[in-house]
Design a protein around this ligand. Structure first.
Ligand code: AVJ
Length: 319
């Protein structure tokens, strides 16, 4: 029985220094912004997990349906005994849909949220005693090498949830190219991509009635208060999410409800009423334009699965 998770702390843990440096840089910009990777402190990871259960947030539900239906096909293409490497593994729920069919020899979950990652991979190891489970805390948007001692024979990347949608298309392409050392020629990458669709369905998914997405967005400010001693009142901001059709992306912002000054690490930042902090982009693709993007990044689109309503897609890309 193997109940232990082999934990690897990859290169600097996405620690307070990068939070401070990156947040200050974003707040100094003309359009204030913060990288969405900073949503995921412990509370943020929990809130994201709740978002995934909201009725309006279709991506999780639909992707799980696609993965469950495609698991046998995926296993046939990817083969058995792989090292399955998940980028942004979160609660490590989706991978469970593949494990029985794929029978990988090991699993590596990579996530920016350390304690959340540990809990999730421990549960996975307990539920799948035959699987060798590794966990690495890392910011995968930075260049990343595999943990020492984890030589993987048959790596298969798993990047579900349309997380790649947080990158601008050019950055997404560069990011995929950056995976080449991790995924050498011949290896596969299974990616989930949210599809372009009507504005009302998209906007509802990021404005759930229960207010979980709003709480998730506003939690960023709580994090700045706790970790950077920021003097910033979350009550003075409001959640906003809308579909930007020209850019084919959902944008999330925190809108200042009044003229105010906030302080981070002693530095003062002025807000006009209505001025925003841009906290997230979530790009939506067509199957064709995502396949073209991955082709430019050196991955060949081998197979694509979607749901009956073409809401979401899962792609098997080959190096
Ligand atoms: C984890 C980036 C895929 O863009 O849909 C969900 C994050 N933000 N609701 C997304 C998110 C607000 C999510 N990704």
């Amino acid at each position: 029985m193997n109940l232990a998770v082999k934990f690897h702390d990859l290169h600097p843990t996405p620690a307070i220094t990068s939070l401070r440096v990156e947040i200050l840089m974003g707040f100094r910009a003309e359009q204030k912004f913060a990288s969405p990777k900073f949503f995921y402190d412990q509370r943020g990871s929990e809130l994201f997990n709740q978002i995934c259960h909201q009725p309006e947030y279709y991506p999780t539900r639909i992707e799980e349906e696609i993965l469950a239906n495609a698991a046998e096909d995926i296993a046939r293409i990817a083969g058995h005994e792989a090292t399955l490497i998940e980028l942004g593994s979160g609660a490590s729920r989706k991978v469970r849909l593949l494990l029985e069919a794929m029978r990988p020899s090991s699993y590596l979950g990579i996530d920016i949220s350390r304690d959340f990652l540990l809990e999730s991979t421990r549960r996975l190891a307990a539920d799948y005693p035959w699987l060798e489970v590794h966990a690495a805390c890392a910011d995968f948007s930075c260049n990343m090498a595999l943990p020492d001692g984890l030589c993987c024979e048959r790596p298969v990347g798993f990047f579900p949830g349309s997380s790649i949608g947080n990158f601008d298309p050019q950055d997404a392409e560069d990011f995929l190219r950056g995976l080449h050392p991790l995924l050498p020629t011949g290896s596969g990458l299974l990616v989930g991509i949210d599809l372009l669709k009507d504005k009302s369905t998209l906007e509802a998914a990021y404005n759930d009635a229960a207010g979980v997405t709003a709480a998730f967005n506003l939690n960023l400010l709580e994090r700045l208060r706790h970790e950077l001693n920021a003097e910033i009142e979350p009550e003075n901001f409001r959640h906003q999410a809308f579909f930007n059709e020209e850019q084919s992306r959902i944008e999330m912002h925190l809108v200042s409800q009044l003229p105010q000054v906030v302080t981070i690490e002693g530095e003062r930042f002025r807000f006009l009423e209505g001025e925003t902090i841009h906290t997230e982009n979530s790009y939506k693709y067509t199957i064709g334009n995502f396949q073209a993007l991955s082709g430019r990044a050196g991955f060949e689109a081998q197979r694509c699965w979607t749901d009956a309503n073409s809401l979401f897609s899962v792609h098997y890309l080959k190096r």
